[in-house]
Design a protein around this ligand. Sequence first.
Ligand code: GLY
Length: 423
Amino acid sequence: MRVVVIGSGAREHAIAWRLRRCASVERVYSCPGSAGMEDVAERWTLDPDDADTLAEKARSVAADLVVIGPEAPLVNGLADRLRRQGLTVLGPSAQAARIEGSKAWAMELCHQYGIPAPRALRVPDGKEAVRIAAGCDLPVVLKADGLASGKGVVVARTRAEAVEAAEILGRRGPVVLEECLEGREVSAFALSDGTRVQFYGLARDHKRLFRGDQGPMTGGMGAFTPVPDVSPELVRTIRQDILEAAVTAMADRGCPFTGFLFAGLMLTADGPQVLEFNCRLGDPEAQVLLPQIDGDIALQWWAAAQGEREAGDVSQRSGAAVGVVLASAGYPAAPRTGERIEGLDAAGRVAHVPDVLAFHAATDRRDAGWCTTGGRVLTVVGCGATQEAARRAAYRAADAVQFAGVQRRDDIAVSRSEGEVDA
Ligand code: GLY
């Protein structure tokens, strides 16, 4: 198979890397890709939003499958445009991607089909959002209804925070106010062909910048899989009552979901509840999930894209994977770029540390080495027989890669008893 991966982040590097390991895959192409992905994928420096040019290029190499990594092109209908050009695409239609593109749409779907989720109210007008925030129960969660690149959620614990968040989010469009749930968060993933669901496992992200889930929200500072505090019974509930229920609901609504469905969940005392749905794999969750999946995933993904996926579980390797994100100084507000990265070899792998993975997000080649080009720079991943072994490997890799001002958390996959503080 010849597979095209759309996107350029560490998630897309992990996707391309994992596809390249499939016996069925002869070649992987990335668009627009990155210098760091060149070890596994030939790079097409095209604008992926230009569906006509992209489709022509894909046809010219007889591509069998196009995998779309990020949410924005999915919400903007890239999967539909490429399908209209006759390509086989893994990723939901724009109609189905509304599950991420509108938080209110997703909450309404949950409420209509009995999928456990917090109470929520969509307020179209910013002034009205401020008025409601000035009198609602606290704490309250305020969300931008549309895509916000990870910057659209505020957990307001005081009246002043609620009003300020409503003012800021309301300037950009409709605001969703939600009941604030307490518990631990987990990310759950499924591959769907539109009707059937293949469970891809759970991972836990670390969303805030500093140790103990303190500081500003980020795109994610690290992740691990599996998640030991989720029992097999709870996993069954998540699969059936949330992932399968959502796929069934989408089909019933006339917008079947093809691709990766990602449920961001809160594990409350009353069971798991949906905080959000996403229409893609998570970042950094994909960087730890994909190394743990066995089998020829390219064939599975191709079958799902054709609407022919068999239901069942994906085959997962035993052991664990831990990923640590290395971010630039100033991230997330104003990342400082252009720093020289030490500790990577010419191919972009972690030099002198065997058996670890480095997935590039914002790097480029410079002076026969590597430099930083954005906020989240790399995810380094360690795998091991236990979570602790995987964590040690990940931090050996993180210690080996250095650049001026590097920010990273030192408590990724540290158990609660070892000092993790819940958000
Ligand atoms: N890690 C959270 C996300 O990908 O949205």
